[in-house]
Design a protein around this ligand. Structure first.
Ligand code: SAM
Length: 474
């Protein structure tokens, strides 16, 4: 890691600069755009002016070309593997008043709860029994009801909750409110995977409007959170925008600028970019948000992010419905959530005990398929559903991960480890139908491993998993 926060770069979202680049982008000719797309194929990323030009594309033929190239770039780097995870909401206490969020303080009738460690264990066992190996821990911001010590205890509990033959959570990513270097160091010591925080909107006036009170209302504190996280040694960070709060063109430029900033100051860009789209939530009305993003624009956003940030994971959540998710995954997405609940305690409380939506949920999800249905559908579409956590556990984080990705060698670990974790899933959790589909898929993908030696090793590991061994990785 290079230096501590470069203070001259602290207000790094230059609003006028971004607006000027977007205006200049409007002047790009068809030839200019084709040239940019040709360059994007090299998987070296794109500059902000190039991104501004791509954002203006409306021509359906060029959009099709862009979509094909985005898919090509993702597969060139990561192959057909698609990583699966689930969010786990541990507390919905919140002292902020984000206009879009079901957890906002002014939602006075929302049943506030935080999980006891016993309830948390029940949630983890429920998630493990779906086959999950990586979680994103989520909570509202409340230093009294959900202090950092509680979050740390929750992380430890999650890592120490085991069930069945392979039920264990191997990577906990954490999405908690912006905090200080000291707290980020504690998260680092607790062994978290990625620290995730969405900027929500990079547009400062909109940010101020959307976050009228509470600690989150401080735009610069929120904007520089990843700098503090990096300074604390958390070198895998995940950024994102809540699409629908402001003009998506500005937001995409903000994401690229944020990535450039982290690369410039710390020598490594974001590990992931999330693309949540605004959905209905308790106590908010979508009609009050004039910048909602259409499906077509959303696809363009994902494709451009893939071309501009070829080595960064792109995360698509269950906020999107199944059919649309299938389309968007094709545009370069590398991680998806599955079987998600956004309520506190909602995984273990099912059937007659299920919590009503307005009881504790943060927002509505649209993909209600079980992880098994998602896994089966992915396998049928030629993807390798992956529960892999090998890079993080082998110390390949931050720039070590990026170097491997940039050298083109990441596929030699990604596809094999995806196959091994997929095999474990099939052995321990799959329905008979998914198991049959998956076993056939594994045979096919095994043949795609280019090196004979590696293929032999993977085959041997698959047999060992068949005989009962678990958690093997390359
Ligand atoms: N408390 C942390 C913070 O302040 O950043 C974690 C945030 S929350 C648990 C996770 C994310 O859900 C938010 O960052 C926001 O982008 C998203 N979210 C909130 N309300 C939403 C809605 N109505 N539709 C879609 N996503 C929403």
């Amino acid at each position: 890691m290079r230096a501590t926060l470069d203070i001259r770069d602290a207000g790094f979202i230059d609003h006028d600069g971004i607006k000027k680049m977007l205006e200049a982008g409007r002047l790009a000719s068809r030839e200019d755009v084709e040239e940019i797309l040709a360059e994007a194929q090299k998987a070296k990323g794109l500059s902000m002016p190039q991104v501004a030009a791509l954002l203006q594309v409306q021509d359906p033929d060029i959009l099709e070309l862009m979509f094909r190239e985005a898919k090509g770039v993702k597969e060139k780097i990561y192959g057909r593997r698609l990583v699966l995870f689930a969010p786990l909401y541990i507390s919905n206490y919140c002292i902020n008043n984000c206009r879009y969020c079901g957890y906002k303080k002014s939602n006075a009738t929302l049943a506030r709860r935080r999980l006891t460690m016993e309830e948390l264990r029940d949630e983890v066992v429920a998630l493990e029994s779906m086959g999950h190996k990586r979680l994103a821990l989520e909570c509202g911001e409340d230093p009294v009801n959900c202090p950092i010590d509680y979050v740390l205890e929750a992380i430890e509990t999650i890592y120490h909750t085991y069930s069945g033959i392979s039920g264990s959570i191997r990577r906990v990513n954490v999405n908690i409110a912006a905090t200080g270097v000291k707290e980020y160091r504690m998260l680092k010591e607790a062994g978290i995977g990625t620290y995730v925080l969405f900027q929500e909107t990079y547009h400062e006036p909109t940010y101020r409007f959307m976050h009228p009170s509470g600690p989150k209302s401080d735009y610069l504190w929120h904007l520089t959170a990843m700098d503090r996280a990096m300074e604390a040694g958390l070198d895998d960070v995940g950024i994102g925008v809540l699409f629908g709060l402001y003009d998506f063109n500005f937001e995409v430029m903000g994401i690229i600028r944020h990535a450039e900033h982290l690369e410039r100051c710390f020598g490594v860009g974001p590990h992931t970019v999330s693309v949540p789209r605004l959905k209905p939530a308790y106590g908010m009305n979508l009609e009050e948000f004039p910048y909602l993003v259409s499906d077509d624009d959303f696809k363009k956003i994902v494709a451009i992010l893939r071309l501009a940030l070829p080595y960064t994971g792109i995360i698509l959540s269950t906020r999107e419905g199944p059919a649309f998710r299938d389309q968007v995954i094709e545009l370069g997405v590398s991680q998806i959530s599955a079987g998600s609940c956004t309520g506190v305690g909602a995984y273990s409380k099912t059937g007659k005990d299920a919590l009503p939506f307005e009881d504790s949920s943060q927002f509505q999800v649209e993909d209600h398929r079980s992880p098994d249905e998602v896994v089966c559908s992915l396998a049928r579409s030629g993807y390798i559903p992956s529960y892999c956590t090998a890079c993080y556990r082998s110390g390949r984080t931050g720039d070590r991960f990026m170097q491997l990705a940039k050298s083109g060698k990441i596929q030699y670990v990604c596809a094999p480890n995806a196959l091994l974790t997929f095999k474990e899933y099939l052995m321990d959790y799959a329905s008979p139908e998914t198991r049959q589909t998956g076993e056939e898929a594994i045979k096919e993908h095994l043949q795609e491993i280019p090196s004979e030696v590696l293929r032999g090793q993977v085959k041997m590991y698959l047999e060992r998993i068949e005989r009962g061994e678990r958690d093997l990785f390359i």
